[in-house]
Design a protein around this ligand. Structure first.
Ligand code: SAH
Length: 222
């Protein structure tokens, strides 16, 4: 599979990006560090050239393998909940287009991102030169339900697919004091959960509204 991409960031794209970020700010995102990172990552680089003109609308788009690049507001919302700090070790489930991974890397995080769809993993690794700008992003082809025990513990864990339940392997890989953001629910929409792990290992969760994600599925494709 291949898509046609354009890696030129014109004044038009920059202007459209500012407008998008203003609209996200108006919808209540206060974390300027998140918005600055989104300003530095041209979203149209992640989409087929057919979507160039609309890349800065606040809506999701289909990418390879019938997956989606998330709604920009959702990316901003999840990233803000994660309270990303420079040098944080962040585990992301659902690489997809790698847009979210690049936002996390722009914020100074060391990113470990997992994708279960082989075509997507291979596309990002072999046919997406922009990713080379971020040597702090490490990519893995595997089932995110299992996580990455070898690299654990993580300061932050972000799930960018709708999880049927909170995967226990992942809460175990979260550092005490860490934060995990996960949309949970199997049906039409998911409830965004912000889970914090106390120093003694106990988990606390807060509900932060309803969102829609493609499902988090078990296993990986061949
Ligand atoms: N973060 C992505 C969002 C992609 S949509 C972006 O910024 O573009 C969600 C992604 O999660 C899809 O690519 C899907 O294949 C992947 N996914 C679903 N279940 C998964 C699992 N168990 N492990 C890893 N990735 C998974």
């Amino acid at each position: 599979m291949s898509i046609s991409q354009n890696y030129e960031d014109s004044y038009l794209h920059k202007g459209l990006r500012k407008q998008l970020l203003d609209s996200i700010r108006e919808k209540g995102i206060k974390d300027e560090r998140v918005l600055e990172a989104m300003d530095r990552v041209p979203r149209h680089f992640f989409l087929d050239t057919a979507f160039q003109q609309v890349a800065y609308q606040d809506r999701p788009f289909e990418i390879l393998g019938k997956q989606t690049i998330s709604h920009p507001y959702t990316v901003a919302f999840q990233t803000a909940l994660l309270e990303v700090k420079k040098y944080d070790k962040v585990l992301e489930i659902g690489t997809g287009s790698a847009y979210q991974s690049c936002i996390l890397a722009e914020m100074g995080a060391q990113v470990f991102t997992i994708e279960r769809v082989k075509d997507l993993y291979q596309f990002i690794s072999n046919d997406f030169p922009f990713i080379k700008r971020y040597p702090t992003i490490k990519r893995f082809f595997q089932d995110g339900f299992i996580g990455l025990a070898t690299y654990a513990p993580f300061d932050k864990i972000l799930i960018t697919a709708g999880a049927p339940y909170i995967p226990q392997a992942l809460t175990e890989q979260l550092k005490p004091g860490g934060i995990m953001v996960v949309p949970v629910g199997e049906k039409e929409s998911q409830t965004m959960l912000k889970i914090t792990k106390a120093a003694d290992g106990t988990l606390h969760q807060e509900e932060r509204g309803d969102f829609y994600f493609v499902p988090m599925l078990e296993g990986k494709t061949t």
